[in-house]
Design a protein around this ligand. Structure first.
Ligand code: GUN
Length: 285
């Protein structure tokens, strides 16, 4: 089975759009997301564009604040302070990575946690670790929503996450291991210092790849009938690819995500969901 993230993402966006229309009269405006772009990564520009287009499609107000490479930490602090204070801004997204020399962690900590639609503020990451409600990082939330849509429950299963970034691997491991019906997996978190990655992966009923290296995972590293979720997005001469050898691995799996068209569109949908939830909570709707 191919996990069609694009189709699922579009269906969920339709539901969000309907809810936005319902809320608008009481709110008197559209839910608002402001994206801060202060980095030179070409991929960031593409991601930001996708996020803003999805916002507009769903009936959100979307603003972009772009800062030049000469921007100082103090400029970003002032901007975040201003956005924290604007009532019509429900969500603030600081696109990562930032230009060299800027301290992203300090800026994430400066966000009003109630407007932190990435779920990256330590308070929200802490809430995730404690199993308390709050905004969840969009990529892992998209992975969980995709599994749920296809009725693939990791409960009682062995889940292996490869990659321990704060954006994907670490929060995903916490979400999979959470004490809830949709999670309840036994989780192994692998990284660059894992002694035998092949053996760890081979034990996985659910294998989640977030290394950022094309074809890093070959067919002999995958258990028969595993569910493989490829969260990698690598630019190669053959175009965009994930972290696994898709063609070789696909016949062994029960389900697998394509790249592109798998997790990526789900990430953007979870951003919309987090923004809508932030808007409702802040406006007591
Ligand atoms: N850069 C790559 N992925 C993300 C993400 O999910 N959120 C933000 N803010 N920056 C990113």
């Amino acid at each position: 089975m191919l996990l069609d993230g694009k189709a699922v993402a579009m269906r969920l966006r339709e539901e969000i759009r309907t809810e936005v229309e319902t809320l608008r009269p009481a709110l008197g405006r559209a839910p608002g997301l402001t994206v801060i772009l202060a980095g030179g990564e070409p991929a960031s520009r593409v991601y930001v564009r996708n996020k803003r287009l999805a916002c507009q499609d769903a009936g959100f107000n979307s603003e972009l604040v772009e800062l030049p490479p000469s921007a100082a930490q103090r400029d970003l602090e002032r901007l975040i302070d201003k956005l924290n204070g604007l009532d019509e801004v429900d969500g603030i997204l600081l696109q990562l990575p930032l230009y060299p020399g800027l301290d992203s962690q300090a800026l994430l900590e400066r966000l009003d946690p109630s407007k932190d639609v990435d779920g990256f503020h330590p308070q929200n990451m802490g809430r995730l670790a404690l199993g308390l409600p709050g905004p969840r990082p969009c990529t892992p939330a998209g992975v969980m929503a995709l599994l749920k849509h296809y009725g693939l429950s990791p409960s009682g299963q062995r889940a292996v996450v490869v990659g321990r970034s704060n954006i994907v691997g670490k929060p995903l491991a916490l979400m999979l291991g959470a004490n809830s019906l949709e999670a309840n997996a036994t989780v192994t978190l692998c990284h660059s210092q894992t002694p035998d990655l092949r053996e760890e992966c081979r034990r996985a009923d659910f294998l989640f790849l977030a290394l950022g290296r094309p074809k890093a995972v070959s067919a002999d590293m995958v258990k028969d009938n595993a569910v493989v979720v490829d969260i990698g997005l690598n630019r190669t001469e053959q175009g965009l690819t994930g972290d696994c050898d898709f063609e070789a691995i696909r016949p062994k799996t029960t389900a697998i995500t394509p790249v592109p068209g798998g997790v990526g569109p789900m990430t953007v949908t979870m951003l919309l969901r987090n923004t809508l939830e932030a808007c409702k909570r802040r406006n007591k709707l």
